[in-house]
Design a protein around this ligand. Structure first.
Ligand code: HEC
Length: 167
């Protein structure tokens, strides 16, 4: 496999401190699809901290690492990077502030299409508690996240990763 030097250079420039070890910010690339288009460069620890601090309470106190780990439960069905493919579930990039069932080319359930949800932290918090109770008949077969802290952390992780914040 060939790494593209140009992309790496750009990522280094964006990160400003490539040699900085730390948690190495290894965003697991979803091995499934080859990186046809250059993925969003991974954020470094400082950028993540800044983005987190800018979130509304209680998300500014979220545990990003836990959110990233818990999002592992969603990854089998959802991609989050810009232009990522729809899988069992729709791509979630830019989901905040968007109406439910709005991703082009994804075949949503009728109930989700008929809902008038606009995704924000609050509805997402309810959706993720128990998707089938929040909106009976939707086709997200996921039991839910029981722990409110896990929901907070996943939502914060999503806000940091899918919004075009942190410049
Ligand atoms: C087993 C597969 C699966 C898992 C696991 C899963 N989802 Fe989903 N998700 C779906 C499907 C399918 C839909 C579409 C639901 C519909 O159309 O009724 C969906 C819809 C959504 C939507 C609405 C998107 C839109 O465009 O309106 C959000 C937000 C979402 N999921 C977030 C999550 C998060 C966060 C997790 C992890 C905590 C997760 N999902 C786990 C399959 C999954």
């Amino acid at each position: 496999m060939k790494l593209r030097p140009l992309f790496l250079a750009a990522a280094c420039a964006a990160l400003t401190a490539c040699s900085q070890g730390g948690d190495s910010g290894s965003v697991p690339s979803s091995g499934a699809s080859a990186p046809a288009s250059a993925p969003t460069p991974p954020k470094d620890a400082e950028a993540i901290k800044t983005a987190l601090a800018a979130l509304p309470a209680p998300y500014n106190e979220a545990d990003y690492e836990n959110g990233r780990r818990k999002f592992g439960l969603c990854r089998s069905c959802h991609t989050i990077e810009a232009g990522g493919p729809n899988m069992t579930g729709p791509n979630l990039h830019g989901v905040f502030g968007r109406n439910a069932a709005a991703v082009e080319g994804y075949n949503y359930s009728d109930v989700l299409k008929a809902s008038d949800i606009t995704w924000g932290p609050e509805p997402l918090n309810e959706w993720l508690t128990k998707p089938q109770e929040f909106l009976p008949g939707n086709k997200m077969t996921f039991v839910g996240l029981k722990d409110p802290n896990d929901r907070r952390d996943v939502i914060a992780y999503l806000m940091v990763e899918t919004a075009t914040t942190a410049e």
